[in-house]
Design a protein around this ligand. Structure first.
Ligand code: G3P
Length: 327
């Protein structure tokens, strides 16, 4: 088995570099059943509702909960003392006042702070400064949210609950985070085995996907796809097939391509790419779309959005139009 895996790895590596596409692999029946357990047209509230409240804080998720979204998205990192928290960036500068509280540690990653230290930071006031027309006094002094607190927020809300869509990132800083995530989610009943507590896992990290698969074989997973500035011309068919085959072989039932738009994102939804994702039987949850939803509706099965308010409205009106069209 190990020999076969190594042979497959060598095969895909050599064909990716030679420009000769590997044979595209496809989801099997078991993977398709996991894929189909995820609601169609999934509204994934990317970091909560960050247009209206500071990302990944309690009000951001409370607003998304009030909208009845399908999933709450959170980026999972781990403190020095082993607590799993929700935070996107690999340092604390953009979304906290770390410069005031720990001026000598501004570039340090989360892994160098204890939870008690992180709780000294204001994770809300930056939003009021950056977005004065959406500011609120209630955002001042918000604290970074732990994953357990996020689960509490969901379980305090009326059923049906949204699922959790959790991303492991920067996993080189957080060795063993997949096992820690499993321990916590299993303890709270959110490991993907309870239909009332739906779990979707996502990662850009090739090293993390097989670990997520080993801990959460029953949970749907997204292999997120991204390519940095200046590299687009190098995403040829061989490389794209290699990405998709890696996902199919390691427990992903979804591809998560970046959409064109915000400057740091590149177009991985070109027609030939969509065809390959479909041919592999992968479902597509693309990121991050905040308007003009109709452009990508037909090619996607769900969307990460900062504007879950608008995406919910879009799907609702689209369905009404379809109803009218049938009369
Ligand atoms: O979380 C899915 C997608 O939005 C990935 O982008 O930058 O939010 O981790 P990011």
């Amino acid at each position: 088995m190990r020999f076969v895996s190594i042979a497959l790895l060598l095969l895909s590596a050599s064909s990716a570099t030679s420009g000769e596409p590997s044979k595209l692999r496809q989801l099997d029946a078991e993977a398709i059943a996991i894929r189909d357990s995820v609601p169609a047209d999934a509204v994934i509230a990317h970091r909560g509702l960050p247009y209206w409240a500071p990302e990944e804080t309690a009000p951001s998720y409370q607003l998304a909960l009030g909208l009845g979204v399908d999933y709450l998205d959170a980026d999972i990192q781990r403190t020095k003392d082993g607590i799993l928290i929700c935070l996107h960036d690999d340092n604390l500068q953009r979304t906290t006042n770390i410069g005031e509280i720990f001026p000598d540690r501004q570039d340090d990653p989360v892994s160098k702070f204890t939870l008690a230290e992180l709780l000294l930071l204001d994770a809300g006031s930056w939003f009021n400064k950056d977005f004065p027309f959406r500011a609120s006094d209630s955002f001042v002094g918000l604290t970074i949210l732990t994953l357990e607190e996020l689960i509490d927020l969901v379980e305090e809300s009326p059923k049906p609950w949204p699922g959790l869509s959790l991303e492991t990132k920067e996993t080189k800083l957080f060795k063993g985070i997949e096992a820690d995530l499993h321990s916590l989610l299993e303890k709270r009943g959110w490991d993907g085995t309870d239909p009332d507590r739906r779990l979707l896992l996502q990662t850009f990290e090739r090293s993390s996907l097989p670990l997520l698969e080993s801990h959460f074989p029953q949970a749907p997973k997204i292999l997120l796809l991204w390519k940095g500035e200046g590299y687009m011309e190098r995403v040829d068919e061989a490389e794209f097939v290699d990405w998709l085959n890696f996902g199919v072989d390691n427990g992903a039932q979804f591809a998560g391509p970046s959409l064109p738009g915000p400057a740091e994102y590149y177009d991985l939804m070109q027609g030939w790419m969509v065809k390959l994702m479909r041919d592999a039987r992968l479902a597509i949850h693309a990121y991050t779309l905040n308007d003009d939803f109709e452009i990508y509706d037909a090619q996607t099965d769900g969307l990460f959005t900062d504007r879950a308010d608008l995406l919910k409205q879009y799907y609702h009106v689209r369905d009404l139009r379809r109803e009218l069209g049938r009369k």
